[in-house]
Each structure stands twice: as C-alpha cells, then as structure tokens.
Ligand binder design. Structure first.
Ligand SMILES: [Zn+2]
Length: 92
C-alpha cells in the first residue's frame, strides 16, 4: 500500500493502530474551539483570531486547522469583521 493511500485509509479509520507504520505520524486533528466550548466569537478578540490566520494574513483552512464547519464559519465571519475595523490585516 502506498503512503498516501495508507494515510487516507488511516484517517478514515480503516486501519487499526497496529497497522500504522512507524514512519508516518498521523495526529488526529481536533477543533480547538469545540474543546473550549466556544459558542460565539468576538471580532475584537484579535489574539484569539490571530491563531487562525497565516503569516500573510490569510484565513487558515479547515484542512490545516482541523476546525469543525460550524466554528470555521464563525472564525471567517469574525476575521472579516476584524479586518474591516483594522484589527487584523487583509494582507502582510
Ligand atoms: Zn468546533
């Protein structure tokens, strides 16, 4: 089985822990906001939002951050508002 296929199979839960090869370290992604039980995001909370933007000021995708869809929407909205009032940059 190729490495890519293995990673895919693992993320879908098809492979057990024992079958995981030693050189692939797959860490389970989780939504940080779900862990904190965040229900709403404040656009004025720049520090928190800064964790979800890249060095260049782009919003980090769910694929990388591991956020759930619900929180990703909240983040995107908060960042947009925050950019509008110049708390976060559009670009760096
Ligand atoms: Zn979440």
């Amino acid at each position: 089985m190729k490495v890519k296929a293995k990673v895919k199979a693992f993320s879908k839960g098809k492979l057990g822990d024992k079958k995981r090869s030693a050189h692939i370290i797959v860490r389970k992604k989780f939504c940080r906001l779900c862990v904190d039980k965040v229900k709403s995001l404040d656009y004025k909370d720049g520090k928190r939002l800064e964790a979800f933007i890249t060095e260049r000021g782009k919003i980090v995708s769910r694929r990388y951050s591991g956020n759930c869809a619900k929180h990703q929407r909240l983040i995107a909205e908060a960042i947009s508002k925050s950019r509008f009032v110049s708390l976060l940059p559009y670009t760096r």
